[in-house]
Design a protein around this ligand. Structure first.
Ligand code: FAD
Length: 464
């Protein structure tokens, strides 16, 4: 083998880094992190666009201002990460029809109520029939504005949040049996958009700095190996042999695997012997959401600005067609950048087409809303999370009517392979803090296992 370690961590996203940090703090000095891409961060990723840093992946610190502190918010505060409060509640007053008229708030409120009613009905049907998944559009509202709201309630990443606020808005909370979203219950209702030139990923460098050798914001520690695509995990009672695409072989007593649920569903990593059936079945049961932020740069602003205008909605007869828009003026004044969010089927569609085509479609929508004289965007950025073989989607989504058994099975170790990542977080899957906390939990479970089984004199007394 090229090396032998006590623990190999596969993946250097937030969960892999937080797992490695806990292991290092507990005395595991010879850990090794293998990351497929050429950088750390995973789904936390900044890119320079139109003169600023934009976040292609996670953008918000979700769940702030509640009873308990969100750990990611605390880390962000410690390192002075710049962020701006996002007020979603105004989005419903900024809904445009195809002729550029804003819907009066009365109509918007009625459509909201209708969409929420139909959503509750759908959930009740699912609960009473114990149907795991009701096909999309079963009872879908018909008018463009209802379609737009239905899309936001179901497909949009902040679905949980909006859903939550709709229920309280219309006094449905008691009546509905819908589980509230743990993130907002535990950590608070507020969301902050990260707007820092160093990127959201700066937090990961700061976390890594605690246990890896770094210099000038660069990790120079050979326990982190980039461009190492793990293709095979051969595991037995004695240990795990890890093979990478470039032909290297690494041995370890244990492996912590943080690859996303989309990657686990793909054939990127081959397990020898294969994973047991209870495990593969659980992995298949978890849905993968695709969430795409398309960034557009303009020579000047032609959209209304102000704190209550951060978000606006386009109502079209095709559900999810360039529906949810955000202007970046609050985050980056004078950047002249708009972001439109596409999900699932629409994400796959734009990922597969040339960016010029996406630009043309987006401009058509903007001209519907703001008139034909507006300037054409000078630049476009279309992230491709679905076609990225190290991601295969944006985040996990457990079916609403699923019991905890699915997530428990996804999280459960198989022999010496321990699973981590946002998808293993029972309460916070789909979020950065979910990944962060999952990494800590997985390492705690692994340390406990090691203390039981091994000669662990090298382990420090539990710090946990
Ligand atoms: P990852 O970050 O995916 O880390 C896994 C790592 O494993 C990756 O670096 C990958 O390259 C690597 N890997 C995969 N396969 C292999 C292999 N075979 N060999 C070696 N390495 C491998 N969360 C929020 O809290 N707020 C938001 O606003 C938000 N918005 C989002 C928007 C988008 C577009 C996306 C994509 C995600 C968003 N999320 C958001 C979710 C959040 O980004 C994730 O929950 C979190 O970053 C996941 O961290 P992780 O460590 O579980 O996985």
């Amino acid at each position: 083998p090229d090396s032998r370690s006590t623990v190999i961590i596969i993946g250097a996203g937030v969960s892999g880094i937080s797992a490695a940090k806990v292991l290092a703090e507990n005395g595991i000095a010879d850990l090794l992190i293998l990351e497929a891409s050429d950088r750390i961060g995973g789904r936390i990723r900044k890119e320079s666009f139109g003169g600023v840093s934009v976040e292609l992946g996670a953008g918000w610190i979700a769940g702030v201002g509640g009873k308990a502190p969100n750990p990611v918010w605390e880390i962000a505060a410690k390192f002075g990460l710049r962020s701006c409060f996002s007020d979603y509640s105004n989005a419903r007053y900024n809904i445009y029809d195809q002729s550029g008229k804003i819907f009066p708030s009365g109509i918007a409120a009625d459509s909201y109520k209708k969409a929420v009613d139909s959503a509750i009905q759908r959930l009740r049907d699912q609960e009473s029939n114990c149907v795991e998944d009701v096909p999309d559009g079963t009872e879908s509202p018909l008018t463009p504005i209802e379609l737009a709201i239905d899309f936001i309630l179901h497909d949009f990443e902040m679905a949980g949040k909006l859903f939550h606020s709709c229920f309280s808005l219309f006094g449905f909370q008691e009546k509905s049996k819908v589980e509230p979203i743990s993130t907002y219950v535990d950590f608070g209702e507020r969301e902050y958009l990260v707007a820092d030139e160093r990127g959201y990923e700066y937090l990961l460098y700061k976390m890594a700095e605690d246990f890896l050798f770094t210099s000038e914001e660069k990790i120079l520690d050979n326990r982190l190996k980039l461009n190492k695509v793990v293709r095979e995990l051969q595991h037995s009672r004695n240990g795990v042999t890890v093979k990478t695409e470039d032909g290297c072989i690494y041995e370890a007593s244990y492996v912590v695997l943080s690859a996303s649920i989309g990657v686990l569903q793909s054939d990127l990593i081959c397990f020898r012997p294969p994973l047991p059936r209870w495990k593969t079945e659980a992995i298949e049961k978890c849905d993968v959401m695709i969430y795409t932020k398309v960034f557009l740069k303009f020579p000047y602003k032609f959209w209304p600005c102000g704190p209550d205008k951060e978000f606006f909605i386009y109502a079209h007869e095709r559900r999810g067609y360039y529906t949810f828009w955000q202007q970046m003026e609050n985050a980056y004044p004078s950047s002249n950048i708009l972001v439109v969010t596409l999900t699932n089927g629409e994400s796959k569609r734009v990922e597969a087409q040339p960016d010029e085509e996406t630009l043309k479609e987006a401009m058509g929508v903007l001209r519907d809303m703001f008139g034909s004289e507006i300037p054409t965007a000078t630049d476009i950025l279309v992230p491709r999370w679905w076609n990225n073989r190290f991601q295969r989607g944006s985040y996990s989504n457990y079916p609403i009517i699923s019991n905890n058994q699915v997530v428990n099975d996804i999280k459960a170790p198989v022999g010496r392979i321990f699973f981590t990542g946002e998808h293993t977080s029972e309460r916070f899957n789909g979020y950065v803090h979910g990944g962060y906390l999952a990494g800590i939990d997985t390492s705690k479970a692994l340390l406990e296992e090691m203390r039981k089984n091994e000669n662990t004199s090298f382990l420090r007394e539990p710090l946990l």
